[in-house]
Structures are given as C-alpha cells and as structure tokens.
Design a protein around this ligand. Structure first.
Ligand SMILES: [Zn+2]
Length: 278
C-alpha cells in the first residue's frame, strides 16, 4: 500500500507532467466502489478544466483545476487505496486492465487511474466555505512533515493507546502507514507498545525528528525513480527505504545485533528491537 512518501512522489511526478494542461474528455468505468462522487459529477467538473497543480495531502492526491476565467477552483481527490496507480500515458500505450478513469488531455496524453483491487477512491471536492472563501482540501489529520513539536506532543496527550496505533490513526497524523511507523519508532528508540500519553517530552522530540527524517529520506529516494510510477506501464514496485526493522523479523538489529522481533499490534505486523527500543 502506498504511504506518504510514495504518494508524494507520485503527486510530484504527475504535477511535473500535467500542470497547465487542459482536460478535453473524461471516461469512467462505471464500477461504483471507485467513485465517491457520482461519475457524472466527476465528468462535468473535469471536462474542459485546466490542471493548476497536483499535490499530496496526507495519502490523498489533490488535483486543483479551474475553468475559463473562473476564480473558483475545483479539487479532484484521488486516493490510491491498496493497489491504485495514477499514470500519465501516451495515447498509443495500451490501456491496462482495471483502468477506471481516463482523463484525456488536449495534447492527447491520458491520465489513467488503474486499480485492480478497487480500494482506491475518486471524488470531487468543491473548496468553498460558508463565507465563500476557498478552503482547500486539508484531510482529516495533521501533516507529519510540517507539524510543530508542541502540536505533535498535543496529539498524543492523555492517549492510552499504544504509540504505534496512535501513529497509524489518520485522524491524528495523516499519511503515516505501517512501514514508516515501525521505522520511525526504531529510529526514535521507542517501543511500539508504549502508551502514547506516557511518552516524555524528550521521547516525543526524538520520535517527531525520526518520523520526519525517515519520511523525507524516503521521498528523496523515491524522487529519482518517479518515472517508474507515472510513465509507461507504471508496473514497477515502490522503492525500498533502508529498512532497519520493517520486514526484518529474526534478522540482526543493525545497531545491537540482537534479533528483530515481530508482534501484532492494532491488527498490524509490528517490528522492533527489544534491546534498542524502550
Ligand atoms: Zn537493537
């Protein structure tokens, strides 16, 4: 499942290729699970609109568009789910199986949303508030890359859930998934089972730094292989960050040499070093 760094990489790659382009036509597959907004609404909102930007908010890709001289933007929200891919393809590239939406650009290139397992979601967000001021999509939780230490600490204050579960709670921080939660906790020296509300200020400081470092590192590594995601068939897998615990059960810890332990926590496989994480 794509996490924050992968989604950021994809959004940046798509932005570089399509910002400023106009959408000439829209096709959708008619598979109801995929569409959170009615397909007719999606087609109406996108057809003839110009793409201003493509960016990441949490794990959602947000495409901002405008039409003609209208100052009122529309946002097209793309959530990749488990297996969703967003491709920018030349028209002569065969359309892959499980394609659920095609935005044909004025220059004939196609933005294709492909999703075999159909956990991905497409919807239209009209960013207007009661006072008619545009309010862009901000997602359910806080942004982990830019959150201040005070706000980060406040998220976990009084929470009795394990810190690993709190990191995965998308209404607290959005975009952090299983891999980066495990890696950040290892780098912060914090055991995943600790009660979130009992972490000290020093531990929260370490955890925030570790989380931001690991996410930024993964974005940096992903940036170099962006064409693998969004060009051509997009079939190549996600880059691997230098995993220190995730997927390394029973292998030696890179710091102390003792075996990495795997437990199930909040329903998710959780990896940690019993020696290095307290
Ligand atoms: Zn260790």
């Amino acid at each position: 499942m794509p996490e924050l760094p992968e989604v950021e990489t994809i959004a940046n790659g798509v932005h570089a290729r399509v910002h400023g382009a106009r959408i000439a036509a829209v096709w959708t597959s008619g598979k109801p699970q995929t569409f959170k907004s009615p397909e007719s609404e999606i087609a109406e909102a996108l057809t003839g609109a110009t793409i201003d930007s493509v960016r990441r908010v949490g794990k959602t890709i947000v495409m901002t568009l405008h039409r003609g001289t209208s100052k009122k933007p529309t946002e097209f929200l793309i959530h990749l789910g488990m297996t969703g891919r967003l491709l920018v393809s030349a028209p002569d590239v065969p359309v892959p199986p499980h394609t659920h939406a095609i935005l044909t650009l004025a220059d004939a290139r196609e933005i294709r949303f492909v999703d075999p397992r159909r956990f991905g979601r497409l919807s239209i967000h009209q960013p207007v508030t009661d006072n008619q001021q545009p309010a862009t999509y901000s997602g359910p939780g806080r942004e982990p890359l830019t959150i201040s230490l005070d706000d980060f600490a406040a998220l976990f204050h009084g929470r009795k859930t394990p810190i690993k579960a709190a990191l995965l709670n998308q209404s607290l921080l959005h975009g952090v998934g299983n891999i980066y939660a495990d890696e950040a906790l290892f780098r912060g020296g914090i055991r995943p089972t600790r009660h979130a509300g009992r972490l000290t200020r020093a531990e929260l400081t370490r955890l925030r730094t570790a989380l931001q470092t690991v996410l930024k590192r993964a974005i940096k590594l992903g940036g170099s292989s962006v064409s693998d995601y969004v060009d051509a068939d997009g079939m190549r897998g996600y880059f691997q960050i230098e995993h220190k615990v995730y997927g390394r059960e029973a292998e030696p810890c890179t710091t102390c040499g003792k075996p990495i332990k795997k437990i199930t926590l909040a329903g998710r496989g959780t990896h940690y070093c019993p020696t290095c994480q307290h």
